[in-house]
Structure formats: C-alpha cells, structure tokens
Design a protein around this ligand. Sequence first.
Ligand SMILES: Cc1ncc(COP(=O)(O)O)c(C=O)c1O
Length: 381
Amino acid sequence: MKWRAHPADVLPLWVAEMDVSLAPTVAEAIHRAVDNGDTGYPYGTGYAEAVSEFASQRWQWHDLEVSRTAIVPDVMLGVVEMLRLVTDRGDAVVVNSPVYPPFYAFVSHDGRRVIEAPLGNDGRIDLDALEEVFARARKSGGNVAYLLCNPHNPTGSVHTVDELRGVAERARRFGVRVVSDEIHAPLILSGARFTPYLSVPGAENALAVMSASKAWNLCGLKAAVAIAGPESAADLRRMPEEVSHGPSHLGIIAHTEAFRTGGDWLDALLEGLDANRTLLGDLVAEHLPGVKYQRPQGTYLAWLDCRQLGFDDGAVAEGPAVVSDLSGPARWFLDHSRVALTSGHAFGTGGAGHVRVNFATSQAILVEAVSRMGRARLDRR
Ligand SMILES: Cc1ncc(COP(=O)(O)O)c(C=O)c1O
C-alpha cells in the first residue's frame, strides 16, 4: 500500500509498512508451505505457543497460557471481537487521543461510543484524565471498555509498569474492562522496556492481542492472537467460531515462524530503527526548525508537532477523520515536497497540526524526504 497509493515522484513515509526484506526463516517457511501444497485451513495452537515462548524470553512474562488464547484474523478485527465480548451496542469505549485512527472508525462502526481521554502534553497516559473519563463514562450507564494502545501509536510511548499499574487500579475501581492492543510490542528501541498489560497486577480480567504483523512486516499475511487473563478466559471462550476462520493459514505459518526464529532478524532491525530514530531527530533539527520531534521509545513511527509552522487545520481539529484525508501540514508536505505523511488530524483530539512519520526506510530516503520538507517549509515563509 505504501508504495502504490501515490504517484512515483512521492516518497511515502505514511502507512505502517517497513521497507525491509523478509526475515529469511520466515520467507523459507512460506516457500516450504507453497512447495508442499500446504495451503489448506489453519490448525492448532502453534502460533500462540510461539508468542508465549517469545514473551517468556523477551519480556520475562511467563504466564501467557495457550489455553487462554484464540486465533483472530488480524489485530483490529481481534480488537472489535474482544470489545464485543465485554460491551454491547451503545456502550462506551475509552481511547487515549491522539491515537491510531481505526480505534475510532472500527469501534464506532460497531455501534460503540468512543470517548477520548487525551494523552498529556508529554505524549503519555494522563492517569487523572483517564480516571475522570472512566467516572464520567460509568455515570452515563452501560458497560465501559478501555482500548489501550501498548506501546502507543503515534507517539511511540512505551508505557511503564507504574503507568500500567495505575491503569489497572483505576479500571478495577470503575469496573472498566481493558482491551490492550500490543501489536508494536516487539518494536521497543534501546532505553525502554515493554510491559505486557496482562502481566500487571489487577489486569487479570483484561484482554490483549498480539501479532507479528508490524515487527516482521507481515501485515499482508493476516493473523493475530487474542489473549485472555485468568478472569477473562470465560469471556474469550464466547468468541464466535467464525472469527477463527478468518486468519490465513500462510499468515499463521509466517507469524509463528517470526516469533519462533525471527529474534536475530528483529534485533538487527531494532538497531537500524534506533539509528534512524536518531537520524530523524538530527534531520528535523537541521531542516525543520520550529517542528518538535518527540523521540519515540518504540515503534517506527514519529510524531512531529508542526503547529509552529502555522497551518490552519483548526476546522477539523475536533473530530477524527479517515486516514486518507490530508489536512494542514500533511497536505502541505505532499503538495509542496512530494512526501506522503499521515495527517495528524485523523488521530483525534490533539492530532491537528501534527504529522506522523514512518522512519522504517533507508537512511537515503529519510535524508531526501526531510530535506525536501525543509525546502517546502522555506517556500511557505
Ligand atoms: C496500534 C495498531 N493496531 C492495529 C494495527 C493494524 O493491525 P492489523 O493489520 O493486524 O489489523 C496497527 C497498524 O499499524 C496499529 O498501529
């Protein structure tokens, strides 16, 4: 999608796909399946076992019980199905804006009301704001769920144990069910440490979803794993059977192999992303004075605050929009520098005036893209 959606003169730094070759062991597993004509229905718990083993080794999380997992078609459909287990139509789902745009669209298309608990100015969860929103949502009646993005897209914040304990304590106190989207969990850059939400005391009645799709660049090979805590296992068992028919067998083969044998490839990737994270900071300082770069702790996404450049996308500031709509700085940089970025306004309240940059590309492309953006910024003055 990244390289197809725009004309050839546009450098695409938008949708979350990486410019990498596949991990060799993953490519071999897919080739093997094709060579053997192994293209039937998926079967078994191999994917969940691989995630459990990976979680134990990488995050010292030893309680991912395969018996409390389910295969789902992809992360967002898994999120929707898990929200259906703990909420009804008309119920409230709390999100931390600015946040990944489908958190609005998918949830509201399923008849749930999205309520925002904005992040603090530091791009981190504001526990006081969250508490206030939990209290308000409870008062409005019905069930309340909280869709956590751990780590957070677009700010790249990796929530700490203390922050997550604070979330769990409040969720318990207000009777809010937490669904944690942990798709970016393997993408933690040096200096930060990932905490699986279900590993936090108080989170036993939560649900989470993990996938190899972002970290190993497999989002076209559909599959993900839904995980229940000990107190939500019965809820997960209520997930309708047809959901397990959605994921692709080749997707499951690829994702399983990634978690099982893709650790070295991932470590090399993370080194490259770390270097790109630093390079992007340097390039923004050099070419885009006035633009604020908040160094992400994880993911390969950077959130640039372009408000000082004085773009007027105030008209769309209040509501989330679809991702393909461009506004403010993203529109300007596409039109004037032929660089495609994700428009901040689509991420909900707090997103206007920002752009999200995907830095999982070559350093040559990053240099060219930000230099072009710098020239466009000068044209504007
Ligand atoms: C936070 C988050 N959740 C879900 C997804 C989409 O995952 P999937 O393609 O498995 O639905 C993305 C993709 O970028 C994401 O950033």
